[in-house]
Design a protein around this ligand. Structure first.
Ligand code: SAH
Ligand code: AVI
Length: 373
């Protein structure tokens, strides 16, 4: 069961959420079943569903930390970067001179949003890993101009950024039903609102934060959720000069380092751990064999970390690494091949003039061409 909280459900406005697991639809103030009071009623039209709530989050984090710290090499899933602070730090990263990818993707959408809307005149835009949904406004504008847009579904694991983005979109698009869904796109794709013609956007290169096998699973699961008129819009960072790549993940102002270390702050707060944030250095390296950037936290001295909720003590020797993120970089042909393996046919693909980034529009093909990895 996944409790739902209508942030507002105004009289007369359609409530697009599932109803079988609703805690409350009174349209005022409600709780998520864990005692958390939801937002008040100022912003007409925003519905917020939670498929991850506080108790799931703690259990999932505990499981990931336990298995990740027991693994060799040690590794944590990057979704745990994103609490309110992590979301803000990522937003700051998108404006860094070294971090080209957000600007490049925005330029592509600037040039081609109307082509995308013409190819898929959807009534519902769904965005996975939506964050602030800033660039997405270009798609909303184009779909609105194409005539049929009614609903925007923003799906993200970080509730604070999601709620803030939802409120701001409602103010900017008064006739749009904005449906915010707090969920994990590796687990909750079956909870995506269905019906109508949907364009599913997965932007920012976030698919590159999954390993190839996970990407295949994800793309196949998404394909299974889609009808013949739905389409996928996928943003991917492209392979380029390693020096530029490393600089994008190790900026001069240290914002990416703060973002990386934020995962330790999340674990300290949510699992009662005592990571000394300054005891770990930010490391970004290009792995040419796997075609991805690796972000790590490297112990700067011998240290013992205790994690109260797990009744665990973990020793780090100076120089020990904790892998916190991979960020894969693609070729245009590689994207087409991965999509085809998962049952998607490329309809159109655009890049920026420097070929730094690609945006690919794909439609469901008749059947996946490859067995699951
Ligand atoms: N799409 C935006 C944000 C990219 S940052 C852009 O292009 O700028 C990555 C986003 O994905 C964050 O908002 C983060 O909270 C979200 N995210 C990361 N892992 C996730 C997961 N497993 N499920 C859902 N959202 C996730
Ligand atoms: C969200 N994701 C695509 C970003 C990336 O570039 O891999 C996350 C990030 N990590 C460091 N900087 C940005």
């Amino acid at each position: 069961m996944t409790p739902r909280t209508p942030v507002t459900t105004p009289a007369g406005a359609p409530d697009t959420a599932d109803t079988d697991d609703a805690d409350s639809t009174d349209g005022t103030v409600s709780t998520d079943g864990t005692g958390t009071v939801a937002e008040a009623t100022t912003f007409v039209g925003l519905t917020l569903d939670r498929h991850v709530h506080a108790s799931d989050r703690a259990v999932n984090l505990a499981r990931d930390v336990l298995s990740g710290l027991a693994a060799n090499p040690r590794e944590l899933p990057p979704k745990w970067f994103y609490d309110a602070t992590g979301g803000m730090l990522f937003d700051e990263i998108t404006r860094l001179p070294e971090y080209y990818s957000t600007r490049r993707e925005r330029a592509i959408l600037d040039d081609h949003a109307s082509d995308i809307a013409a190819a898929c005149p959807a009534d519902t835009l769904v965005e996975l890993g939506s964050g602030t949904s800033e660039k997405t406004r270009l798609l909303l504008d184009a779909l609105r101009a194409a005539g049929g847009l009614r609903t925007f579904v923003a799906f993200d694991v970080d509730e604070s950024t999601l709620a803030q983005a939802g409120r701001s979109l409602i103010a900017a698009y008064p006739n749009l039903a904005v449906h915010a869904v707090v969920g994990d796109f590796e687990q909750h794709l079956s909870h995506l609102p269905s019906g109508g013609r949907r364009l599913i956007a997965f932007l920012g290169g976030t698919i590159g934060n999954m390993r190839p096998a996970k990407r295949g699973e994800f793309l196949r699961a998404l394909r299974e959720q889609c009808g013949s008129t739905d389409a996928l819009l996928l943003g991917t960072d492209l392979v380029k000069d390693p020096d530029r790549l490393v600089a994008a993940y190790d900026d001069g102002a240290g914002v990416t380092a703060a973002f990386n270390r934020n995962i330790l702050t999340v674990i300290n707060r949510e699992l009662g751990a005592d990571f000394n944030i300054r005891g770990f250095a930010h490391v970004a390296q290009w792995n040419a064999a796997d075609s991805w950037i690796e972000m790590r936290l490297r112990a700067v001295r011998d240290q013992r970390v205790t994690i109260d909720s797990l009744a665990l003590a973990v020793d780090f020797q100076r120089g020990d690494d904790l892998l916190t993120e991979i960020s894969a970089k693609f070729t245009r042909g590689g994207i087409t091949a991965e999509l085809a393996d998962a049952g998607w046919a490329v309809a159109q693909q655009w890049t920026d003039p420097e070929s730094d980034f690609a945006v690919t529009l794909a439609t469901p093909s008749t059947a996946p061409t490859a067995a699951p990895i």
